[in-house]
Design a protein around this ligand. Structure first.
Ligand code: C5P
Length: 231
């Protein structure tokens, strides 16, 4: 595999659903901040040349020293007011830094710091799928729960068939030009990068996701990570 891969890690969220104890990416699991677990996981996949982390503006220096002290090598840039702005800034920094490097970047991964325990095999599977020619790739899991639509009063209006629904994880992988064009085109609210790519009419493929790539959002998720996920 000859693909030059960079990984962007949006880590500039405030972590309010985790209790607002500061940026979520700095919350420790087994004494190690989530962002360190996330960067180590990406680097241990063996296919990532560079990791760019978007940190909260107020915590750029802290995140830089936390990562450096842990030996988790990454370029840290200031994130933005929402996730897309954080990804956009990390992408700009990655492309600027790589402008004179050889080989050129052929795969860009976007990976939430909150999915800190994603197995390296999943990072490789997404990278390989993009390197093999897919313009955009997302890891997915089948939806286990029954899904219902509700109205403004939380009354059920419909049971949605889950057969063709998938829960989407990260890392999401892209050909660099596709991600750049998707961000240039922009758009309204979206919760993942592939959503922007769909809007510019580029097909998004899937690879099987992994339960360990769960997003750590709530105190319950954190307890699960402490109990079963941390290495
Ligand atoms: O809030 P949520 O869990 O959906 O955030 C997903 C990821 O996006 C997290 O890793 C978070 O740190 C990141 N994020 C960001 N910049 C923001 C908001 C969220 O990098 N302004």
């Amino acid at each position: 595999m000859n693909a030059a891969t960079v990984a962007l890690v949006p880590a500039a969220g405030r972590g309010e659903r985790l209790g607002g104890r500061g940026p979520k990416a700095l919350v420790p699991v087994h004494g190690v901040p989530l962002v360190v677990h996330a960067v180590r996981g990406l680097l241990s996949a063996g296919c990532v040349r560079r990791v760019v982390v978007a940190a909260p503006l107020s915590h750029v220096d802290i995140m830089r020293s936390v990562l450096a002290d842990a030996g988790a090598e990454a370029l840290v840039v200031a994130g933005g007011g929402d996730r897309s702005e954080s990804v956009r800034r990390a992408l700009d920094a990655a492309l600027a830094e790589s402008a004179d490097m050889s080989p050129e970047i052929s795969v860009v991964l976007v990976h939430d710091a909150a999915r800190a325990f994603t197995p390296p095999e999943l990072v490789r599977a997404v990278t390989d799928a993009v390197a093999a020619g897919a313009p955009a790739v997302v890891p997915v899991l089948p939806v286990a729960d029954t899904v219902k639509r509700v109205d403004a009063n939380e009354l059920v209006t419909e049971t949605v068939s889950r057969a063709d629904l998938r829960a989407v994880q990260t890392p999401q992988g892209f050909a660099p030009d596709v991600l750049r064009r998707a961000y240039e085109a922009g758009g309204d609210e979206h919760t993942d990068d592939a959503g922007l790519v769909e809007r510019i009419g580029v097909p998004v493929s899937t690879v099987p996701g992994h339960p360990a790539a769960m997003k750590i959002t709530t105190p319950f998720d954190l307890a699960v990570a402490e109990a079963v996920l941390a290495p």
